[in-house]
Structures are given as structure tokens and as C-alpha cells.
Design a binder for this molecule. Structure first.
Ligand code: DGJ
Length: 345
């Protein structure tokens, strides 16, 4: 019998031990909508109701951190980075302290981060909400009564972010928010104003204020998102059914100021958007193709940390937008090519 050298034995031992020490890196070859999406450490990605930006060659995905065991005195926004939109590295949880003593049972939802090239600041918008306690009578206006946006800034994409204010954009109630950056770099906020509808507004040059209303679409929709594709703006959103899915819809316009078309289904209505709710539309302009990705959340209200994602490349163009049946798919961010794997795993 031949004995292996001590070095050989050490290598074999390390090969066995390293994965068990949690040092192994998970690699995803495909995006698998509706399934657990492991980050590079193998943990399910916690970036719900999120938004993505690209700065240099890095994509940053910010979202609601909903893992178990968090300090409930704070709310958290997660930050992940990627080069290919498929494999994500967890970077940080941005900790946000309660911004107003009148807030009870408060939440932070749908964080979106913009990078301002002039000020070199990362500017985070988030939906801040909860019940509101009257300081004199102690009476609580329940549910999502606060209806504001919060703005936090950082010099680095991974934080720390400093919350600088909360406010009602242009004086309106604001619940779900969406982020849109046009091809000319102008930044917009989409926000749901419950009494009136879906508003699209331009941010100030430093992104710290919501400056000018572009459109009020008088439709009661949330999960608002926009993409500018081949000369046409496509706006999507969901109906107001809380955490339960519903048929998401889209409208189109030649300009952000409208007029907007009627809303049409993005998927067979009986599927309730395959159980997902819109959060963002990402446009990948590659060397061969432009792909628009529908980014949605499959909420699990009782086990929020297990909420899933439904990302699929859309069929889009000539006034039509359609979400294909969720199936695994591959993406090449350089060429822009997306390949659905029929019946794939
Ligand atoms: C639907 C919204 O889109 C979510 O972000 C969240 O606010 C739930 N409602 C809460 O019910």
C-alpha cells in the first residue's frame, strides 16, 4: 500500500473542510424565477422591493433586508453587488433609525438608490410608513398613515447612509415608490398617491428633492416602474391588493408627460402575474441586443425572509409588453442576450 505525502493529505483535508467552513462560493449559471436565489455565500438574497443601478462596471442591488433576528429598533436596507446580474455578493445592511417619534409599527419599503455624478453622492429614496400617534391625545391613525419618502445619502455605494429627511413629495401622499433614470441620465421618482393615482416626478439636479411633476396617471396602482424602449415609455404597476398578487398592467406614452394609453395586462390575468408584483424594469443595452428585465417580488407575508423574486426578460416593442411564463434563463450583460431555457432547471 502506498501512503500519500503529508502535503497531499493536507490538501485533501482542506478540500473536505473548506465547504463546511462556509468559505465555498456559490455560483449561479441561470436565473431561476420563483426559486431561492443564493448569493455568493449561499444565502437567499434579501433585497425585496428592490432597485438596481450600475456604476462603472458594477451593478448594485438595494432592497428590503428581511432576514430573521434583526434588531427591531431599526429597519434595514441591504446592498449586493454583481458584474453579471446573476451572481451577487452581499456587501452591507444599511441601518435606518426611526425618523419621527410619532411613528408606530413603522416600516421602510422599496428602497431605491441613485448615483449623482455631479455631487458624487449615492442618494437613497425609501418609502417610510406606519401608524401615526397623536402626541396630545395618544390616538393612533393606523396602517400606512405616514405616507412619506425618506432620503438618505452616502459617499460610497455600500454606505453608511445618513437619513437626512422625510417628506411628502410635492405635498402628496407617497407609498410605493419606483425609480426611473432616462437615457439622458435624468432621474425620476414614481410614487403612489392613494387619493389620486400614479405620479411620475423629476428629481432636482442634486437628487435631494422631488422637483417637478411630469404626469399624474389617474390609476390606482402601486409597484410602479418605467422603461424607455425604442422611443416609447412603458409604465407598469400592480393593483392595490396588499401582499397578494394581482394582474399587473402597463400603459405607454411618447413622453413622460403623457398622454398615457389605457392599461393592459402584462400576463394572462388568471395567473396574477405568476404570483409576482412589479418593482423595477431594467434595460440592458448590449453589443448585440437590448433586453428589458421585469423584476418582481413574490411576497410571503408570514415568512417575509423567504419571499422570492420573479425576474424574466420581457417581450417588448411597438407598444406591446408581455411577461413570458417564468422559466430559468441565462443573461449575458455584455451582448445583452437573454436565453430562456424551456423546461430548464
Ligand atoms: C403592497 C406594496 O406594494 C408593498 O410594497 C407593501 O407595501 C404591501 N402592499 C403591504 O401590504
Amino acid at each position: 500500500m502506498k501512503y500519500s505525502s503529508p502535503i497531499k493529505r493536507l490538501i485533501i483535508l482542506l478540500v473536505i473542510l473548506i465547504p463546511n467552513l462556509g468559505l465555498a462560493q456559490s455560483k449561479n449559471d441561470t436565473i431561476k424565477p420563483t426559486e431561492v436565489w443564493p448569493d455568493k455565500q449561499g444565502n437567499h438574497i434579501q433585497a425585496h422591493g428592490g432597485g438596481i443601478i450600475k456604476v462603472g462596471s458594477n451593478y448594485y442591488w438595494y432592497g428590503e433586508e428581511r432576514k430573521k433576528g434583526l434588531d427591531t429598533n431599526y429597519r434595514y436596507v441591504s446592498c449586493y453587488t454583481s458584474k453579471d446580474l446573476v451572481n451577487w455578493t452581499f456587501k452591507n445592511d444599511v441601518q435606518i433609525a426611526k425618523p419621527d417619534s410619532v411613528l408606530v409599527h413603522w416600516v421602510i419599503e422599496r428602497p431605491k438608490v441613485y448615483y449623482n455624478k455631479q455631487t458624487k453622492k449615492y442618494v437613497m429614496y425609501m418609502h417610510v410608513d406606519g401608524g401615526v400617534k397623536d402626541p396630545v391625545t395618544g390616538k393612533i391613525a393606523g396602517g400606512y398613515a405616514y405616507a412619506r419618502v425618506g432620503v438618505a445619502t452616502s459617499n460610497k455605494p455600500t454606505g453608511p447612509f445618513k437619513l437626512i429627511k422625510t417628506f411628502r413629495p410635492l405635498g402628496h401622499e407617497s407609498r410605493d415608490i419606483g425609480q426611473f433614470i432616462d437615457d439622458d441620465g435624468t432621474a425620476y421618482l414614481v410614487f403612489e398617491d392613494r387619493p389620486f393615482g400614479f405620479r411620475i416626478a423629476k428629481l432636482s439636479d442634486d437628487y435631494l428633492n422631488v422637483e417637478k411633476e411630469m404626469s399624474l396617471i389617474p390609476a390606482h396602482m402601486e409597484g410602479g416602474a418605467i422603461v424607455h424602449y425604442k422611443g416609447l415609455y412603458y409604465a407598469i404597476g400592480s393593483a392595490l391588493t396588499g401582499w397578494s398578487p394581482n394582474p399587473n398592467k402597463y400603459a405607454t406614452a411618447l413622453s413622460l408627460s403623457g398622454p398615457w394609453s389605457d392599461f393592459k395586462d402584462i400576463a394572462p390575468p388568471e395567473t396574477n402575474t405568476y404570483g409576482a408584483q412589479s418593482t423595477m424594469l431594467i434595460k440592458i443595452v448590449g453589443t448585440k441586443q437590448t433586453t428589458v428585465i421585469f423584476m418582481g417580488d413574490i411576497w410571503k407575508p408570514k415568512t417575509q425572509w423567504d419571499s422570492r423574486y420573479l425576474w424574466m426578460p420581457l417581450e417588448i416593442g411597438e407598444d406591446k409588453l408581455w411577461l413570458p411564463k417564468p422559466q430559468p434563463w441565462t443573461l449575458d450583460v455584455k451582448t445583452g442576450e437573454a436565453q430562456v431555457i424551456p423546461n430548464g432547471k
